[in-house]
Design a protein around this ligand. Sequence first.
Ligand SMILES: [Zn+2]
Length: 271
Amino acid sequence: MKESELKKIYNTKEKILIQKEQNLKDNAKKSELNQCPHGLLPDDQLEIVDYKRLYEKFRRSKKTQSVREYLLNQISGNACVYCEKRSGNDTLDHVLPKSNYPYLTVSPLNLVSSCSTCNSKKGATITNLVHPYFDEFNSRKFVSCEIELVCLSSKYHIVTKFNFLSFGNTLEEQRLSQKLQTTFNELELANRYSEYCVPIINENILKWQTELNLRGTQSLVDRLKDDLKALQSQYSNNSCVVPFYESLINSLDNGNISSADFLKIKSPTYI
Ligand SMILES: [Zn+2]
């Protein structure tokens, strides 16, 4: 289809598309995103390929740059809405995938800031996901981290294991918990959060060991608690960072990790 023709059809459809965006909003508010109908609109003259071209235009056009930047900054200041990664978040993810919901391809309410890994892992098949603009989920805690010291050739390494914690006393809460779990599993967040912890450990381990050596366990625990407080202003309770620090503090505090073993942790560490 010619560029001018595409523009003309899009303009005539604009009202319908805005109406469809309203439907998306209503369904998202009721937590029923899967009620949005698949496919093209009835009597649609635009095909999936045309909608994809409209999105490319949206992405590249200088006119829409401010809209794009606004969307990228909507939640947690340019962090990925799914994994909270802060660098490399230059993609907009379609909450409902554009291949199944082409008419929502350029709908701002269907576009969220995402890192390229989450964007590619999500794929086109999953629809039982949370909608970051409408589902209020970070007031609950649903990610936990366990820390283990693994000894290799008399040097210890920190190994992290992330888990999803189900929640919900009401049916509505249980549905939200299920959607979050689907998101957590499909995006492979458990493994990826462990990967994200490796540079945190490597950057800090010598500093932590020095503190422990000079001033003892309690001083290190206090320092980690201060660091955690600062991090909680930037990351949610369900990021990789907060559960990791909480688990490290608990393990040192209750003696699950002894100071003697902690001093044997080798940097760089691995997963
Ligand atoms: Zn991500």
